[in-house]
Design a protein around this ligand. Structure first.
Ligand code: ZN
Length: 278
């Protein structure tokens, strides 16, 4: 009798315990509040902290075939915004503005034209850029125009305007000037006066068909690694106000050029972007 009673007690206890455990389990399954998503914990944290500091090249995944250490101080100016500014109809340069540090930029086309010059940083960066190009199959690209003085731009613009006007395609001079302005600039508004930009290609004259050349593609894809940007891209003419010029590159310094490259921004857009962000 006692044994039977004890057996009943134990059975009841075991059943009750199973019931409680089942209830707890089911509660866990159905009422579990979802945990907030946690950002993935960094892997190999220990390894990261003990790893040597990554170089700038490694951080941005950029490597060079040539040793660019001699030019790096020019390609990467200490102040990353030193060369980040606009020159254009709303940002004119004075007629007597001539950079003090103009120097031979190398690679001037050898057809009797004067040796082309750029500001020191842009010149050294350009040499490194085209030296690298040589290692990558870009062997015949030469500089056709770099720094241009106010007076020379004045001469050029007037020459282009006269040519357009004499073509007879325009009814008024204003209409003709608007056309000339679509591919050239008035003195004081040309980037070439800044000594920071360069026209380079491998055609007899600068034409948009240059964009189809493998050399042009290499220049456009790699210019940011040397601090240059393709200043007037094809899909941004409404922003730059200048038609597509696959031959015209502007030096801005590598950090800024890399950001513009990664964000897909023109100089106008980038300046707006950093003004908002800084
Ligand atoms: Zn140009």
């Amino acid at each position: 009798m006692n044994k039977k009673f004890l057996k009943t007690i134990i059975t009841t206890f075991v059943v009750a315990l199973l019931g409680v455990l089942c209830a707890l389990f089911l509660r866990g399954c159905f009422n579990k509040t979802p945990e907030p998503e946690q950002p993935e914990a960094p892997q190999d944290t220990e390894q990261n902290t003990s790893a040597p500091q990554l170089s700038y090249e490694e951080q941005i995944g950029v490597f060079y075939k040539n040793d660019i250490s001699g030019a790096l101080g020019f390609i990467e100016p200490e102040n990353k915004y030193e060369y980040v500014f606009l020159v254009g109809p709303n940002n004119k340069l004075e007629a007597d503005y001539e950079p003090a540090d103009l120097t031979d930029c190398g690679y001037t086309r050898q057809d009797g034209r004067a040796t082309q010059k750029l500001r020191k940083a842009a010149a050294e960066a350009l040499k490194a850029f085209l030296n690298e190009g040589k290692q990558c199959g870009v062997t015949d690209v030469t500089v056709t125009s770099a720094y241009r003085s106010y007076s020379y731009q004045d001469y050029l613009f007037n020459m282009y305007f006269d040519r357009d006007w004499k073509s007879g395609k325009f009814k008024t001079k204003a209409e003709c000037e608007a056309y000339t302005l679509s591919y050239s600039t008035k003195p004081g508004t040309s980037e070439h006066q800044s000594g920071l930009c360069v026209d380079m290609h491998n055609l007899p004259s600068a034409e948009q068909s240059f964009a189809q050349e493998p050399e042009a593609k290499w220049l456009a894809e790699n210019c940011y690694r040397f601090g240059f940007i393709l200043r007037y891209p094809e899909n941004k003419t409404n922003i730059t106000g200048i038609t597509y010029e696959p031959w015209h590159f502007r030096f801005v310094g590598r950090a800024a050029a890399t950001e513009m490259h990664n964000l897909g921004l023109t100089l106008e857009e980038y300046i707006e972007y950093i003004n908002v962000d800084n």
